[in-house]
Design a protein around this ligand. Structure first.
Ligand SMILES: [Zn+2]
Length: 408
């Protein structure tokens, strides 16, 4: 695989930085990132670090060595070959060993003052913002701008249609979320890309690499970047590693991110100092959370919380346990949750509590607060019944059964 021809162009009111990726498997294809003109000074035009990190995983999947016709950070190039490639092979066994070379490398330290993090309105990103903006006094570590990326979290990019749909969702989520940074007069940088078209394996598998890739492209702006973790604490990452192994790079974020840092930009994996429940409790009384919390993973165009998907239910169960459900009635349809999802979700958590750390935390919190939970026997019976029904019955009948069970 060869990455070459770093090029800057004007794309309407956006500035695009692009390269050509030549691959035995993929042929010749453009990889690009773009930002509004206002933030063009942040684009790193002297090194191709971001483009390289974005292509490491695809190259390892295809077993293709990478040569960059351009300059790469000396520290990054060393760390990728020495540590990152063996680490990815250990945790994602489909990855093959490759060697990375570059025409040039240097240890340039860019003169920049940006301290950033991504903002999606979820529990993880709110917790990072609360700790490193609201509570942080030292400007060295205090967040001074937020980023919103289109590298996979808005939907896949395997076809032109999927790329268009993801772009549409990226724009609508950005518009909705931008009201929050506006309140603090903080920049909220939209960073668009087609990187997800090179990652057909799904966002969850490679989100750490694709996110870091995009932030490295903005290396002329940032000297520190907090990446909000996937929701498990340090201990849970070890204890429940099999849940994430081969599926989610969040498992290795605390080891991986420092190795993707350069002489100029320091990446920090933030959030594993808490469990998900601890994070929710930490931010629950932070007023903007009651207006902007957005946790939904329901696959639809709207950015609003659906109140019945797994992540909405997990959040609502936590809020219910601490008696704060009604305080979030502007963001969630509490009636819909109670009527269509709560009882069955509680049953699932009771059954999963010994295998799933999220379920375990949620059940422990409910018990500590005296919330009545369905018994294990009832829960196991209903969850098994639903599993069977899901296999053999059409969706319409299944949804009626779920509604009936939830009411009874
Ligand atoms: Zn939802």
């Amino acid at each position: 695989m060869k990455i070459y021809n770093l090029n800057t162009s004007n794309d309407g009111n956006k500035i695009k930085l692009s390269t050509i990726v030549d691959s035995e498997k993929l042929g010749s294809k453009e990889l690009w990132f773009s930002v509004p003109e206002k933030y063009a000074h942040g684009l790193c035009k002297s090194r191709m670090d971001g483009f390289l990190v974005g292509m490491v995983f695809p190259a390892m999947q295809y077993g293709e060595n990478i040569h960059v016709e351009g300059c790469i950070s000396s520290q990054l190039l060393f760390n990728l070959n020495q540590y990152v490639i063996p680490m990815l092979m250990a945790f994602l066994p489909a990855c093959k060993w490759i060697n990375i070379t570059a025409a040039e490398s240097n240890a340039e330290h860019f003169d920049c003052s940006g301290v950033g993090t991504g903002f999606s309105g979820g529990v993880d990103s709110f917790c990072t913002f609360f700790d490193h903006y609201e509570l942080e006094k030292n400007t060295e570590n205090r967040i001074n701008s937020l980023v919103f990326l289109n590298v996979g979290s808005n939907g896949p990019g395997r076809t032109d249609e999927e790329l268009m749909a993801a772009h549409k969702k990226f724009c609508s989520r950005y518009e909705y979320l931008s009201k929050f940074p506006e309140e603090f007069s903080l920049d909220f940088i939209s960073l668009d890309s087609n990187l997800h078209s090179f990652h057909p394996w799904g966002h969850q598998l490679t989100h750490s690499l694709t996110t870091i890739s995009a932030v490295l492209v903005m290396q002329n702006m940032y000297r520190k970047y907090f990446y909000a973790s996937g929701g498990l604490s340090y201990l849970e990452l070890y204890k429940y590693h099999e849940l994430l192994l081969k599926r989610d790079t969040a498992l290795i974020d605390p080891m991986l991110l420092p190795l993707l840092s350069t002489e100029s930009l320091n990446f920090i994996s933030d959030g594993a100092q808490y469990t998900r429940v601890e994070k929710t409790l930490r931010i629950v009384d932070y007023e903007p959370v009651k207006r902007y919390l957005n946790v939904c993973v329901h696959d639809r165009e709207s950015h609003e919380n659906c109140s019945v998907c797994g992540k909405c239910c997990r959040t609502l169960m936590t809020l219910n346990s601490i008696g704060k459900l009604e305080e979030f009635s502007k963001l969630f349809d509490i009636g819909k949750y109670k009527k269509h999802a709560e009882f069955l979700y509680l049953c699932q958590q009771v059954v999963l509590q010994n295998k799933d750390p999220f379920a375990r935390n949620s059940i422990e919190l409910a018990k500590r607060n005296g919330i009545k939970l369905p018994s294990f026997l009832v829960s196991y019976g209903l969850v098994s019944l639903l599993g069977l029904a899901r296999t053999y019955l059409p969706k319409a009948i299944l949804s009626r059964i779920r509604m009936f069970l939830n009411r009874s």
